[in-house]
Design a protein around this ligand. Structure first.
Ligand SMILES: *Cc1c(COP(=O)(O)O)cnc(C)c1O
Length: 459
């Protein structure tokens, strides 16, 4: 089985270095490190690079390849659809069969009060859509002053101008004059990092109350929505205390604020339910979906629109002046539809809930006693390991981020992918991962923690 094409490695590395401007990358640093690793093939939970190295993908790409790599049937379906109808739009009183059927299918998976979806091409675009939906909703119901969106520091909602502004990544805000107006950030529900002497439950309530404080400060008449990820992904797999989301539900209802649940990572089985809102008890008005919607096979995203919001737009008798050329792209829709069926047919959500999720949690616990580990946490098939120089004081090594980078490089050398979010090591393997693959991930993590501790002069 040699599906690897006969690439000329030197030519590809040169082309990449000479012409490819990489996202979220220090280009000079990349060149100094010898350039980017060239991935040429994927199969199941594994990637193969141009040198033929087999790599365990503990991150499911960028948290997206839920059904794993190398599903020929998705390629065949995409080819069939492309031959029949490669493209048509969904503006101007037209639709395509794949977009209509995917909308119906998605709504069958969403909470009962969600019966419509709006398609975009990425999580970022879907959050742009959400911002416009939320503000326009309040115009339609006669409360146009409700414009502010409240988010959290260290949230990730994408990289378009609206997505990055909604997110709370300070490094992104520093560049290019972000964020745009009308967005306010409050503290994140990050107990290990910011909980101080409070118990987790106390801190969860405290962090939620910060949202209420902000609403009172700017005036509920000026607030359109609150946006949050069920658990923060790119921020370091920050899983809120169980008191947090119920209190957020209460606050949004009491002050009549829309709740936007960004399910881009949490959706499609990651936490052991179809959506993170089931796992955490979140009651949203809008939902962002991307990544696992197509398992990354093609770009597609969707906003789930609750009946409350839908009815306001429906009754308004006016166009929603928003859409993308590729909203509901037929080829991406066909592929997403089959991806959802595969998740169902293979029982991946139940498998994560009953089998691999608990197994990952159990194996992760073994790392808790390691001298540089401050906390381990997981929900379903996503987990984090906090690196610390003082378990009790919950502090970081000097030069925050360096310990994470050192540890990440040890994973890299061992052909296992785990990501460093600052000094938090995170993993989010494909939902098809077996116990053996989880063993490989955790056994490698222990080796890498040992090696990192040594490098940092701890062991
Ligand atoms: C990745 C991500 C996004 C952005 O999705 P893109 O497809 O990269 O635009 C938005 N929200 C969350 C929670 C994400 O993890």
């Amino acid at each position: 089985m040699n599906k690897i094409r006969n690439y000329d490695k030197a030519a590809i590395k040169k082309a990449d270095s000479d012409h490819h401007f990489h996202p979220f990358t220090d280009s000079k640093g990349l060149d100094n490190d010898g350039g980017a690793r060239v991935i040429v093939r994927g199969e199941g939970c594994y990637l193969y690079d141009i040198d033929g190295e087999k790599i365990l993908d503990g991150m499911a790409g960028l948290w997206c390849t839920n059904i794993g790599y190398g599903r020929d049937e998705l390629a065949d379906l995409a080819a069939e659809q492309m031959k029949e109808l490669a493209y048509y739009n969904t503006f101007f009183k037209t639709t395509t069969a794949p977009a209509a059927l995917l909308a119906e299918k998605l709504c069958s998976l969403l909470p009962d009060n969600f019966n419509h979806v709006f398609f975009s091409n990425s999580g970022s675009e879907a959050n742009d859509t959400n911002l416009r939906l939320a503000r326009t909703y309040w115009q339609h119901v006669g409360k146009p002053s409700k414009k502010i969106i409240i988010s959290r520091t260290n949230a990730y909602h994408g990289s378009t101008v609206a997505g990055a502004s909604l997110g709370g990544m300070s490094g992104m805000h520093k560049q290019a004059g972000l964020e745009i107006g009308g967005i306010e950030h409050v503290m994140q529900p990050y107990w290990w990092g910011e909980g101080g002497d409070m118990s987790e439950d106390e801190f969860g309530l405290h962090a939620a109350k910060e949202v209420e404080k902000k609403i009172l400060e700017v005036g509920a008449d000026n607030v359109a929505a609150f946006i949050g990820e069920p658990f923060q992904g790119a921020g370091g797999v920050i899983i809120p205390p169980k008191t947090y989301w119920p209190e957020i539900n209460r606050i949004c209802k009491e002050h009549d604020i829309l709740l936007i649940c960004d399910e881009v990572i949490a959706g499609f089985g990651r936490t052991g339910n179809w959506f993170g809102l089931e796992t955490f008890g979140i009651e949203p008005d809008l939902m962002t979906m991307a990544k696992g919607l197509s398992s990354g096979y093609l770009p597609i995203s969707a906003t789930g629109v609750s009946d409350r919001v839908w009815e306001a737009f429906y009754k308004a008798g006016d166009d929603f002046n928003h859409g993308y050329t590729y909203s509901g792209h037929p080829v991406a829709s066909v592929v997403a539809m089959r991806n959802l069926e595969i998740i169902e047919e293979e029982g991946l959500v139940e498998k994560v809930k009953n089998e691999t999720g608990p197994y990952l949690a159990k194996r992760l616990e073994e790392l808790k006693d390691h001298p540089i580990v401050g906390e381990v946490r997981s929900v379903g098939l996503v987990c984090a390991i906090e690196l610390t120089n003082d378990k009790e004081a919950r502090t970081r090594f000097p030069n925050e981020g360096r310990a994470g980078t050192v540890c990440r490089d040890h994973f890299f050398k061992r052909n296992v992918i785990m990501r460093a979010c600052g000094d938090v090591m995170v993993a989010s393997p494909p939902l098809i991962a077996t116990k053996e693959e989880i063993d490989l991930l955790i056994d490698t993590a222990r080796e890498c923690l040992d090696a990192t501790a040594k490098d940092l002069g701890v062991m």
